[in-house]
Design a protein around this ligand. Structure first.
Ligand code: HEC
Ligand code: HEC
Length: 420
């Protein structure tokens, strides 16, 4: 493991949120909800967190109920998440940025940002071709030397942008059993909504799992996503992703500029962990976004959310399975997503990735929405309303019902969404 230089920055960045006192006073559990899918009056955050305004310590805190060892892992992982990679440490030759926090920063480290990455491919033959031999489907927009700078190849006729997503509550999402998602996929749904579990192979175990992370539900575990991001966003190879990306597929160029032996992420013999493991710990122990108390108008919006059919895909709550980590053991997860792939018609991004077809997208979790604008996979929607209106395909019936709401009903729905 590389040494860290940002330790001194931590208290300043995280404010009082990381103080041990705050950690110990966070409430443990929420009572069960009154009706299916309707939020309980008291949310699964401590009272001092509910009161916290957006952009402050309410976001970015560790999960309630971590033990001391887990809390320490969270802090070590956070430091790694903040740390900028160096060329000597393995950065590049091609990359998109130098640290996780560069793209996951708002309103705290681990959040979202308006940073976008570019994906490309070709449909010239009628089937999607990710143009892997030309460096696809993800573009690395930066390089340690101009000679290796990647460009979108001429052959690409699908070029899209992907917005950075927030990472709050990812450990809870990871702990939802595959069986829950597979069962929800086969359950009959109204409005012609289907939904498919994203069957993927998890690179860290070789097992068949249900993907849930990323716009295309392309990864099933945080360790796999961490390895994927280290390689594809920063050019740092690891034991699961040992091969560097060749600039636009040019292996000779890669050989000339790739000076650090792979895998670049070394496992510390004492802890048994590399950077990918440590950063996965940080994400796993990062609390869900703090939910705000609902006023009567937001409560009304919650009812409309159900009536209009949003909740068919944006499932309010799922439950984690048994876990040896108490903070993740059989907990309600108010994520407002079924984590399934839906055919969104013209809203799809045209990219085939992991289990997802060109028009299929993962139902975006809606928790923390008030802090993650702009919206949709490419960030085209500045407001929640624009995001809703853009729903197509399986989302069309519900979108049309939304369009028939009165202006005051739409305001109530927006007030509800702003509390998630
Ligand atoms: C250059 C910007 C950039 C950097 C650097 C970056 N990410 Fe991301 N991250 C993104 C984007 C864009 C997405 C959405 C990706 C997609 O689905 O295609 C994303 C998605 C994710 C997700 C999925 C979250 C979800 O909603 O399911 C995880 C987990 C993640 N990133 C972790 C990391 C980690 C860990 C690092 C550092 C090793 C990192 N990212 C570095 C831009 C970045
Ligand atoms: C058929 C399933 C489905 C239904 C029904 C549905 N959504 Fe979505 N929603 C999605 C998917 C999939 C995405 C991600 C789309 C994308 O970005 O390509 C999404 C994205 C969103 C986003 C943007 C989230 C973000 O982080 O960018 C909002 C807001 C949203 N939906 C709200 C609603 C509301 C409100 C309703 C009811 C009027 C609704 N949705 C109905 C599947 C659905």
């Amino acid at each position: 493991m590389k040494t860290t230089q940002v330790g001194v920055l931590l208290p300043a960045l995280m404010g009082v949120a990381l103080g041990t006192a705050a950690f110990e006073s966070i409430a443990q559990n929420s009572p069960p909800p009154q009706a299916p899918g309707m939020r309980p009056a008291v949310r699964n955050q401590g009272p001092q967190l509910q009161a916290a305004p957006m952009g402050s310590q309410g976001f970015g805190v560790p999960l309630p109920g971590l033990n001391r060892v887990q809390f320490a892992d969270f802090r070590v992982g956070l430091e790694e998440f903040l740390r900028a990679e160096t060329v000597e440490g393995g950065l590049g030759p091609i990359f998109n940025d130098v640290s996780c926090v560069a793209c996951h920063s708002a309103p705290t480290p681990g959040g979202a940002s308006d940073r976008r990455v570019t994906r490309f491919g070709s449909t010239a033959t009628g089937v999607f071709d990710p143009l892997e031999s030309l460096g696809g489907s993800l573009l690395q927009a930066m390089a340690i030397d101009r000679a290796v700078q990647e460009r979108v190849p001429q052959q690409a006729n699908v070029v899209i942008r992907r917005e950075s997503t927030p990472l709050y509550g990812m450990g809870l999402m990871e702990a939802i059993p595959d069986a829950v998602l597979r069962q929800s996929a086969v359950r009959p749904k109204p409005d012609g909504v289907r939904g498919r579990a994203a069957e993927v192979v998890d690179v860290t175990t070789g097992q068949k799992r249900v993907g849930r992370f990323g716009w295309k539900a392309q990864q099933a575990t945080l360790l796999a996503f961490a390895g994927d991001a280290y390689l594809n966003e920063m050019g740092v190879t690891s034991r699961f992703f040992p091969h560097e990306n060749a600039p636009n597929g040019n292996e000779a160029l890669l050989a000339r500029f790739d000076k650090v032996a792979d895998p670049e992420d070394e496992v510390d013999p004492v802890t048994g962990k590399g950077d990918i493991d440590v950063v996965a710990d940080f994400m796993r122990f990062l609390a869900a976004p703090p939910m705000l108390q609902m006023n009567p108008s937001a409560r009304q919006g919650e009812v409309l959310f159900q009536q209009v059919g949003c909740a068919v895909c944006h499932t309010p709550v799922l439950t984690t399975g048994p876990s040896s980590i108490q903070a993740l053991n059989q907990k309600p997860v108010w994520l407002y997503s079924d984590l399934l792939l839906h055919d969104m018609g013209s809203l799809g991004d045209g990219i085939v990735q992991a289990a997802a077809g060109p028009t299929e997208m993962r139902t975006a979790p809606l928790w923390g929405l008030r802090a993650s604008a702009p919206y949709l996979h490419d960030g085209r929607a500045a407001t929640m309303e624009q995001a809703i209106v853009a729903h197509e395909g399986e989302g069309r019936a519900s979108r049309d019902r939304y369009l028939r709401l009165t202006p005051s009903q739409r305001r109530q729905l927006a007030e509800f969404l702003n509390t998630l």
